[in-house]
Write a protein that binds this ligand. Sequence first.
Ligand code: CO
Length: 136
Amino acid sequence: MKATIDHIGIAVGNLAESLAFFKDALGLELDHPEELASQRVRAHVVFTADGRDGATLELLEATAEDSPIAKYVARRGAGLHHVALRVDDIEAALAQLKARGVRLIDDAPRPGAHGTRIAFVHPASTHGVLVELVQR
Ligand code: CO
């Protein structure tokens, strides 16, 4: 399997403070926010110099108190949430991991932001790093 870094997910506690850093202080460009209703999350994609096709940062803002991101921030504070690896064939990637006994959160791909297909791998099988597989 070949994989590249697609994005780094960051759980945001206070969006204005996060934007003050990434947008104002660093001067990075932001995409239009995208609401992921099923996750009760709003995603703000921050572009690096590689642009839309390169590795990005994904600021995740909870839109409801029962959002997984709200729970994460309440428990562990704002900060690094997941690492997303881009793969060519997400079904093949999941099958390969399953065959090796890796614990998956998503057995099958589900829709992600911007028309992508995503699946999460359980941190119990990844030494504590929540891993997201992404097929664009
Ligand atoms: Co992500």
